[in-house]
Design a protein around this ligand. Structure first.
Ligand SMILES: Cc1cc2nc3c(=O)[nH]c(=O)nc-3n(C[C@H](O)[C@H](O)[C@H](O)COP(=O)(O)OP(=O)(O)OC[C@H]3O[C@@H](n4cnc5c(N)ncnc54)[C@H](O)[C@@H]3O)c2cc1C
Length: 802
């Protein structure tokens, strides 16, 4: 057996083989794969082999599209058959919300270039005649849906990889993975030891065990899953063409033709996690015992939806386990805290996603970063706080909601509350309606007496509307208060702290006592963070950014760490409040003996507030006069009491994330994950104005930023007022200009202060002229939209800076 290799991929399922193939495809041939048994010996061999492009995340959908197109390429390269059946598929909608979701999906597909179509019940009757259309409002047809032979496809990946120089070692269990000081790995197997520069965990059903060998935990869990293959059905085998796939979300089922009969699988509500305490090493080619009780209700529903099933005999039942992450998306990328250790795990739809996962990981390993924003499947989207006790109920929830409508304002209830700040019970008593960010409970808004304590999920304006309006009004007319816990916070210290920040951040690093806003760019010039940097002393800096990006940002910081600058994640060690609104200064003055009148916009100052040592920053995402006041979490309740008591005579009200996201629209402030993401360069999303081209540092991403300064990119961020009808833009709605789709929304919402529906969008730069008339497709309706050339509140920033 080969004893040294550049990459050792552990696991010969469809995902491991795809990773191996993509490494060779992108130019690394000194790569090997180790498989415990034969290839496909995990969940791969018993998959139903279905594939589809639909995914709530646009980039995931694009990668699924890549996977499906790849199969032809694999067949051509290897001469092997993947057993492809491109039969198309229709997803049914039996209620208005589900239909809204399909309309929103279809709209996204327009600029993605996917040829899906909304179909009427009559059209469904022609496409999929075995469907009982009672109660069906319509559907979404996707011509790319289909199925394949799971084993043939996995072997085709393997053959293509071998043709590119890869070596595959089967019947060779990996026993240990031990890191070496130089960042490489010793992989101990049953057949000997391998020295590998990189390790990829593609252990599928055993990914938890393989991760534990490296001393890490990956948040995934196997679930049992069952599908049935029927005997021959005349209505199927008498057709001239193969019957397409039918996804029936109401019945939580997927169905397709299998030979002369049908195959139907269920995501049943009484689902069961499998192998809770670990996957047995001797599990392999056996199935789980049939369990018709578990899917009894689902079968009954299926009889009504597909009456031909009632008289069809059961030919076989496939009941096996496969793994899920808490949100159902794969866990891909460099594992935080480990060097040269990569995850390709938690892939619940290996035949829709395996190609995209392989491509992404290979790009990351070989080129340093993936070509698109893959945060939806980045293994770093979960932090060190995650445990098996959290993962399991979330995975169950995800399984049960596999076919549910997902709403833009939805807050999922499982495993909550999990992480709370000292304010939890105080805010709860004040009527907080909670959301969740990175495991942390965050107040979305505060309901008053008589209002529901639950925000109904909706694609339209929700029942948070009145509360949000109330909170926005309090901020704009008096003063609002909310927590700053949900910022990611970092302390950078040391004699080279400033130099390091100058290299890592594209913007200006401020002088002591000042703060600045700066993008952080990748080598390719993509936006990987929007930071506030506060200079406390020349050797001490506090950074704030998105709370949910902690593991993502920290991984980047540590990758680029240098002697003389140490970095500490203090996200949960510093907390506090922001107060914002025209009376915010009066509140602050009332709680400190220091004179606050000379704290200028973008100043940072140490102050004693009440009896608490605080760091006060004069900045606010609300676009109003505002202060962020940071303290030790042990003092947070005391600080709250001080600010809240003093605030009463100034009309202080608490406000939550819904109001914050409305307030930022007034000033056209972008937000992380929407306008600012690794999909866009700084010049595309407008963050280039914070780049310091004058500083004498070769900051990461500089060459691309310089090039874009000389020749601006073709698209840019624009803001529209939308003539909306009870539903606002949320993100990815197409923007029609001169009758064609020329852009898409990054985010939007209702700006309560001005009473406008606002949408932020990327459009062609040459079209971004004041007064441009466009149309934005929201839930299937073309809504007129007008480009706004300046912020609708305080355009000169007088309130914010005054
Ligand atoms: C009933 C059922 C139906 C399904 N239907 C579909 C479908 O229609 N479409 C779809 O896309 N997906 C479907 N899936 C899911 C699909 O099977 C998985 O997404 C896919 O198989 C995941 O592949 P993998 O390579 O990540 O994991 P696995 O297939 O589990 O592969 C992991 C491999 O790693 C090896 N391994 C683990 N530990 C070690 C070690 N220490 N040393 C050496 N080797 C090791 C294992 O032996 C195994 O071969 C279905 C799953 C089930 C259970």
């Amino acid at each position: 057996m080969k004893t040294t290799t550049r990459v050792c991929v552990i696991g010969g399922g469809v995902v491991g083989c795809s990773v191996l193939y993509h490494l060779t495809k992108l130019g690394w041939s000194d790569v090997m794969l180790i498989e415990r048994s034969d290839l496909t010996s995990g969940s791969t061999w018993h998959a139903a082999g279905g594939f589809h492009t639909l995914n709530g995340d646009t980039n995931m959908a694009a990668l699924q599209g890549y996977t499906i197109r790849l199969y032809k390429e694999l067949e051509e390269i290897t001469g092997m058959s993947c057993g492809l059946h491109h039969v198309g598929g229709v997803t049914l909608a039996d209620n208005p919300d589900r239909f809204d979701m399909l309309l929103a999906e279809r709209a996204k597909h327009r600029y993605m270039g996917l040829e899906t179509a909304i179909v009427t019940p009559d059209e469904i009757a022609k496409i999929a005649p075995i469907v009982n259309l009672e109660g069906i409002l319509g559907g979404l047809y996707d011509p790319l849906d289909g199925h394949l032979d799971p084993s043939g496809t996995t072997h085709a990946y393997a053959k293509a990889a071998r043709m590119g120089g890869a070596v595959i070692e089967t019947h060779c269990k990996v026993l240990e993975t031990n890191s070496r000081p130089d960042g490489s790995w010793v992989v101990v197997t049953e057949k000997g030891t391998i020295h590998a520069e990189h390790v990829v965990n593609a252990g599928g059903l055993w990914a938890r065990e393989v991760a534990a060998m490296a001393g890490t935990y990956l948040p995934l869990h196997p679930m049992e899953h069952q599908y049935i293959v029927t005997d021959d059905i005349a209505a199927i085998y008498e057709r001239d063409s193969e019957h397409p796939h039918v996804m029936d979300p109401a019945g939580e089922s997927y169905l397709r033709q299998e030979g002369r009969g049908l195959c139907i699988g269920f995501y049943e509500q009484p689902c069961r996690p499998w192998a809770v305490d670990g996957t047995p090493w001797d599990f392999g080619h056996e199935l789980l015992p049939d369990d018709f009780d578990k899917i009894g209700d689902s079968i009954e529903f299926a009889y009504r939806r597909f009456p031909v099933l009632e008289s069809a005999g059961v030919k076989s039942v496939i009941h096996g386990p496969f793994t899920f992450a808490p949100d159902g998306n794969p866990l891909v990328g460099p594992v935080p805290g480990l060097r040269n250790y990569w995850s390709a795990c938690g892939v619940m739809a290996g035949f829709s996603q395996g190609g995209g996962v392989g491509l992404t990981l290979a790009q990351w390993m070989i080129e340093g970063e993936p070509e698109r924003d893959v945060r939806a499947m980045d293994v770093a989207r979960f932090g060190g706080w995650i445990t098996p006790g959290y993962t399991r109920p979330k995975v169950v929830e995800n399984y049960q909601k596999r076919f549910s409508v997902s709403y833009p304002n939805e807050e999922l209830p499982a495993a909550r509350p999990n992480r709370t700040t000292p304010m939890y019970d105080i805010f709860d008593r004040m009527g907080a309606v909670w959301g969740q960010q990175y495991g942390l409970e965050v107040a979305n808004y505060f309901a008053v007496e008589g209002e529901p304590r639950y925000e109904t999920p909706s694609f339209r304006r929700s029942d948070a509307f009145d509360a949000t309006a109330r909170e926005v009004k309090a901020v704009r007319e008096a003063v609002g208060i909310n927590e700053v816990q949900n910022f990611g916070k970092y302390l950078v210290t040391g004699p080279r702290a400033r130099d390091w920040l100058d290299r890592i951040m594209a913007g200006r690093i401020p002088a002591p006592g000042r703060l600045s806003l700066t993008p952080m760019l990748s080598e390719r010039g993509k936006v990987i963070g929007d930071f506030t940097v506060s200079c406390l002393t020349p050797e001490r800096y506090q950074l704030t950014a998105s709370y949910g990006a902690q593991a993502y940002h920290l991984r980047w910081f540590l990758r680029h760490q240098e002697d003389g600058a140490s970095i500490e994640n203090i996200s949960d060690k510093r907390t506090g409040f922001q107060i914002a609104g025209p009376r915010a200064r009066e509140v602050l003055q009332a709680v400190t003996r220091s004179d606050v009148s000379d704290i200028a916009f973008m100043d940072v100052r140490a102050l004693v507030v009440g009896m608490t040592d605080c760091l006060v920053q004069r900045v606010s995402y609300t676009g109003d006069l505002g202060y962020e006041i940071y303290c030790d979490p042990m003092a947070q309740r005391q600080l709250w009491q001080t600010l809240w008591d003093a605030g009463q005579s100034f009309g202080m009200q608490p406000f939550g994330m819904r109001a914050m996201m409305s307030l930022r629209l007034d000033r056209f402030f972008g937000s992380w994950g929407a306008e600012f993401s690794p999909d866009y360069s700084a010049a595309e999303c407008g963050l280039d104005r914070f780049i310091s081209f004058r500083k004498n540092t070769d900051f990461i991403g500089r060459s691309v930023a310089e090039a874009e300064r000389a020749t601006p990119p073709d698209r840019c961020l624009a803001v529209f007022e939308v003539d909306a009808e009870g539903a606002d833009a949320h993100g990815y709605e197409p923007v029609w200009i001169d009758g064609t789709v020329q852009g898409f929304c990054t985010s939007g919402g209702y700006a309560h202060h001005t009473g406008m529906s606002v949408a932020m969008a990327l459009i062609p730069r040459d079209k971004a002229q004041a007064g441009l008339r466009a149309e934005i497709e929201i839930l299937g309706k073309m809504r007129p939209a007008t480009l706004l050339s300046e912020p609708v509140f305080d355009p000169k920033g007088a309130r914010m800076r005054g």
